[in-house]
Design a protein around this ligand. Structure first.
Ligand code: SF4
Length: 694
């Protein structure tokens, strides 16, 4: 333990890792952070934190930080360090030349769920008002885009319904495709506390997650389904509820659209959705499904929490709607202890979606085809806006390979490492005439870049993040920007160089503009955030202090909408060549592709990704713990070390993707959600065999 001594002062800010959004006091000596102390006044964490957050300041001052802008004419040339002015000028010239040669639609931008709301808002504004098209998308495309689609269609708002603290009022907790104790540790601990107090737990996951090992757990139920069969399972649960008359008829009559309900009722009551019929598909015993459905439906308060094991499927959006169906049918909406709660992976996934990053939505989920909404933005932004949705990230890649999309501005996202089917992504990036990467490290995407603009870490800027419970938390600057500019200033400079004027002097002014244009944010300002500590949107005239629990009296769309959720098997099938199913997840000490956590002191607890293999599959292949394994899929190959584990079902293997060498995305296919193109990371047919050390 290093004694860093007494701090001279401290600054309260927000962790930049996961969607819990813990508040910390950054304790300072001069400009140096000496430790991060969980802040007792934090509304999301109440003084708790996980190991990632405590060590986070390590990456902000890491020697690998990019401190100087760099440019090059082509990707086979070495980088040239230049001034900010030269780099921005070079980038603007290239963007203009590209549009002049290939047309207005030939360029676009990608926002980051790691950056602040204000920065994200500016990037999409730059694209819409500066580039004059709607080719903006966010890295949320590859994680929670189905949440946005599914919850908006059924409940009318693209967001979770509860506060984290609401779980303390739950009697039954369903966790689907999430691993909260590893991926959302502070909330995972709170959930554990409620389970120890006696709440019942139902987990639907191919893997035996740690939550199931909670001491003194009351009779937990584990529905260990086959990867890719979520919708079959959720339909079977709903079928039991209707079959056995367990639905909440009063809630349905008073709060839900009757026509839609009648259609859904007829659909879900069909015997093909029964647990007995679905057992062969899901692999889950029918009696267990019936028991789980009864447990949830009969609970005074039943809450559902879900993660990427729901969304990252070819039926991700269908599954989100299936979860909402279940909550509507049982009246588990609109009070504490219940609800539908997506556990967002990154710190600002919610915010990046709220801020209009998607190509079809302006900030506040206002569709680009909405003439009234567009007119408001046009008046404030001083331009005419496109009324047609732009390109999503996968469409950008396809169009780049086709030669019609030629330039891309990427802020704070490593698409070469985090998007599926790496070979396809690399081919797309190589075919661009201009790739501008703004990041704190020289990431994998930067290999294909022509302009490298140094980014600023969460400690170097002012702004806000919005966590998984819609809570807007302040991010406060604790040290000067390492490269001299905050991310929002870089975007502003680029806009000005392109000829679209931006003139903000502080992120609070950007938030004021957001509030003036976004109906769910009209009451949000930095002054109100100082006064209240944090605000859960919607925050407006009707809810001046924000709204902890949503849909209490009505839905933004009037009545709750049941959705028809037909199960369609994924195209990713096992066969003799690829007999196992690979699924992926995270561990506690690492974060996503590890670009930050690998550069902090917590890396000592985990230094490689491994492949978990069930003992029966290992025995069949002569695999022992620690052996090197070659893993091949229809998309590619990689090599990982084996860990024999009974946590997986036989026939299913599991890995994480925290290290660049893991190659998890080299082997994932480009199958994606039918509604949003969210990649199907969670189901890949693979073969596994022993190989000599790579
Ligand atoms: Fe909190 Fe998540 Fe940061 Fe851990 S990683 S400190 S749980 S916000």
């Amino acid at each position: 333990v290093i004694d860093a001594g007494q701090p001279e002062h401290s600054v309260v800010t927000t962790c930049a890792y996961c969607g819990v959004g813990c508040s910390f006091k950054a304790e300072m000596k001069g400009d140096q952070v000496i430790r991060m102390v969980p802040y007792k006044g934090g509304d999301a964490n109440h003084g708790h934190s996980c190991v990632k957050g405590r060590f986070a300041f390590g990456y902000a001052t890491h020697a690998d930080r990019i401190k100087q802008p760099m440019i090059r004419d082509s990707i086979d040339q070495p980088w040239r360090e230049v001034s900010w002015e030269d780099a921005i000028g070079f980038a603007a010239r290239r963007l203009k030349e590209t549009q002049a040669k290939y047309g207005r639609e030939s360029i676009g931008g990608i926002t980051s769920s790691r950056c602040t709301n204000e920065e994200t808002y500016l990037v999409q504004k730059l694209v819409r008002a500066g580039f004059r098209n709607n080719n903006t998308d966010t890295c949320a495309r590859v994680c929670h885009s189905p949440t946005g689609f599914g919850l908006k269609a059924t409940l009318g708002e693209s967001a979770g319904t509860q506060t984290f603290d609401s779980v303390m009022q739950s009697d039954v907790i369903i966790v689907i495709g999430a691993n909260p104790t590893d991926a959302h540790p502070v909330f995972g601990s709170l959930m554990r506390r409620r389970l120890r107090e006696g709440a019942e737990l139902i987990v639907a996951d191919p893997r035996r997650i740690d939550l199931l090992k909670t001491p003194h757990l009351k009779d937990a139920q584990h529905l260990a389904l086959r990867p890719g069969t979520n919708v079959a399972l959720i339909n079977a649960l709903a079928h039991v509820i209707m079959d056995e008359g367990l639905e909440d008829t009063d809630f349905i009559a008073s709060r839900c659209d009757d026509k839609g309900y009648q259609a859904w009722r007829a659909f879900i009551s069909d015997a093909r959705h029964s647990p007995e019929q679905m057992e062969a598909v899901t692999g889950v015993n029918a009696d267990m499904v019936r028991r789980a459905a009864r447990t949830y439906a009969k609970a005074p308060n039943g809450a559902i929490y879900y993660g990427l094991g729901v969304t990252e499927h070819s039926q991700g959006s269908t599954m989100v709607m299936g979860i909402a169906n279940l909550a509507l049918a049982t009246g588990n909406i609109g009070r504490e202890g219940v609800g539908v709660n997506p556990l967002r992976g990154q710190n600002n996934v919610q915010g990046s979606c709220d801020m209009g990053s998607f190509p079809h939505e302006l900030p506040g989920y206002q569709h680009v085809s909405d003439d009234v909404a567009r007119a408001r933005f046009e008046q404030v932004w001083g331009v005419t806006l496109d009324d047609e949705p732009g390109l999503r990230i996968p469409n950008m890649f396809d169009s780049a390979i086709a030669g019609t999309f030629k330039a891309l501005y990427v802020q704070g996202e490593d698409i070469a490492q985090s998007d599926p089917n790496t070979h396809h992504v690399e081919a797309a990036l190589k075919s661009l005439d201009c790739l501008i990467v703004q990041d704190i490290f020289l990431n994998e995407t930067a290999k294909y870049a022509h302009v490298l603009l140094p980014g600023s870490s969460f400690l170097e800027k002012n702004g806000t993040f919005t966590n998984a419970e819609r809570r807007i938390n302040r991010v406060r600057k604790v040290m000067p920007a390492v490269a001299g500019k905050e991310d929002w200033e870089v975007t502003q400079d680029l806009a000005n160089a392109l000829g679209y004027p931006m003139n903000y002097s502080h992120p609070s002014e950007i938030m004021d503009e957001i509030a003036s244009l976004t109906p769910t944010f009209t009451g949000v300002s930095y002054d109100r955030l100082e006064e209240l500590g944090s605000i859960q949107w919607p925050c407006n005239e009707q809810h001046p202090d924000g709204m902890p629990t949503m849909h209490v009296e009505d839905f933004p769309i009037g009545r709750g909408q049941f959705a028809i959720t037909e199960y369609v098997a994924t195209e990713e099938r096992t066969n003799r060549r690829f007999p196992l199913l690979l699924t992926t997840g995270r561990i506690l000490s690492q974060y996503n592709v590890g670009a930050q956590t690998r550069r902090t002191d917590n890396q000592v607890w985990h230094d490689e990704d491994v492949l978990e293999v069930h003992p029966s599959d290992a025995e069949l292949r002569g695999i022992k713990d620690g052996d090197w394994l070659g893993i091949s899929s229809r998309a590619g190959q990689t090599v990982l070390r084996a860990r024999i584990s009974e946590r997986m079902l036989p026939g299913v293997v599991y890995t994480t993707f925290h290290h660049p060498g893991s190659g998890a995305n080299v082997i994932t296919t480009d199958s994606s959600d039918w509604a949003t193109n969210c990649p199907e990371y969670k189901v890949t047919a693979v073969q596994v065999e022993k190989v000599s050390q790579p």
